[in-house]
Design a protein around this ligand. Sequence first.
Ligand SMILES: [Zn+2]
Length: 688
Amino acid sequence: MKYEDENIPFDKCIKILGWNSSRFDIALLWDALDYKLWTMGVPIGSLNNTKSITVTHKKSHMKLQFIDAENLFGPMTLKACVKDYGDQSEHKDVFPYEIINSKNWNEVLMKTEPFEYEDCKSQLKGGYSITREEYDQYLIDFKRFTNRLDYLKYYNISETEIMVKPLMNLIDTSEQFNIDIYYEDFDINADYSDPNPNAKPFELTTGYWKNKCYRYKQQDYNGGRETEKNVTADDYDYYKRLFETSVCSICNAKFSYDNPPSLDRQDNELPHTKDNCLPACVSCNIAHANKDPKMTSLHIKMRQYAIKHNLPMTLSDERIYKLLRECITGGLAAVFHRENIAGKTHINELTYDEQSNKVISQDNENVVTHVFALDGNSLYPSSYSSVKNENIPYIDHRMYMAGRSRFYSEKPYVIKNCIDQRKEIFVAKVNGYFPKSEYNNLLPLPPIFKNIEIENKEDVIGEYMYSQAQKHSLPMTKKDRKLTTLADTNGQYMLFNNNYLWLLIDLGFIITDYKAIAVFEKNAAYEPFVRTMMNLRIQAILAGSTKEKFYKLIINASYGYDTLNTEKFGKIKMLDKADTFIAQHHPNHIGTRRISANTFAVQINPKTATCFTSIQSGVFTLDNAKYQQAGEIGAVHGKSQIPRDNLIIRGFVRYEVEKNLLKPGIIWVNDDELMGCQKRGIILMFGG
Ligand SMILES: [Zn+2]
């Protein structure tokens, strides 16, 4: 291999792609990869479904990464991949694998006549594995070979070669989109100073200055520097004026409360004296510590760019982090079970009777004809794209994403003001409920989706369930944490982001207590990216191309896909016999596979996961998704509309709202209208 500049260190890693190899082929590799010249790295995936294994050569340090091509192209067949990513003129060759086995291969392959079409019948797939046209093409191709074995040799090479064109195209396509979503327009030569012109100018207080002087002295003392001539509290007037009239000596920014000043020592051997120091932003001062001036400049400019565009930045207030952390809970999925048989099951309705404080379940006279799934998840681009949508009634008709934090408060009037004014984006921790008069609107799907602890008590799970559980001696003392739908906050403080909370309030939610709020800057940084990708994806769908899956993969990968992946996968460690013995007795142990006499691959349940999505982006995406789903129910209530990617469906539901045909959770439609919906339903819909 030849590289432009061999002196620049780089990772020599060669990817070896296998089609659908994670479940099958890699299993065979496992045994072969433990070899004296190669060190086997930690595989990604599980023991039964290995996404990738990397081995490093002990002398050249060359890396080989065995990886399932599905990770690059998305789930599809090789045939579809060649068609959509490759040269349209190329055709995939065929070979009836199932006809040969370890006993008959010699006899079968030595025959000089081509396979019969009947040989292409597949036990695995059911029916023929190839079409008549493909078989006819095979007959033409076969004429070039003396026997079946020769054809097979050609076939094996051709099978590998047809991957080349799609791969080259994939590399080109990826290159085109090899962008950081946030820093797409970033230019290292541009001037990003004073990114926030509205920031309040910094005013030095005596207390702040005194504290600074004390800490500088402490720093110099610890660094073994003479502190006698250091700046002191007496220099207050001088520095107050200096910070007001001068700018950062490194980046030329004005000082503000967002960007406080500090003293940057010019000669690092000398202490914090008047002569040795120039004013600089705290962030520049830190970046300046990096010896490489180009890296310093890059760090400073990226920070200014992030401020200018309200991008998420590291949280410096621990209280905000703790507030956001509460929102991140595992297993946020709920499945509702109900058996509906078309033409047979009657539509069921729930009604709340305030007098008796009971919910009555009743079948009405209408019979189910169709069932459409109610589907909400945070991977829909609309939950993080901030695309303008007239159906979102809040700030600028957009669901903005959270940037850097602005402030945190526990003062009830501050929290209430932020919620009522509907101008800022935030997460708020509140306690509240829906009045009983609203129950009949909310019963089909109560709009508060939260994880709560559920006890197996008779008054919680009901008499019937309780007696059933006892009858079958199920454990009754265990508490379960479950995602559920509620009509109040269950007597606890719960966190909601601005969109979700406003929707609940518009549906009748009453807040009783205010606990805390964290307010953020707004950004719509994902919009251009999502727009580009969605357009490409729609074009691919219209052209009937499986490239659509590639765009979907990129869109999904842009948000939190990394966490999903690493959290779901077990962690695999390579251990020796003694360590394997210990690991197998740990409760985290999932499985073990022997690699060689003294090497074992041990799969354990990971305790930690790495995530490259900022926590505020994560929380906002999750809650925006809930807003979206609850908003759909809102649409049924006729009070709110649905922000959705699919225009056809939204138009359809709106039409139903206008015709006043909606009942909670049930839409009355005839067949023609349902068919116009292209099988992608959003609300439980049953025809009468
Ligand atoms: Zn600066």
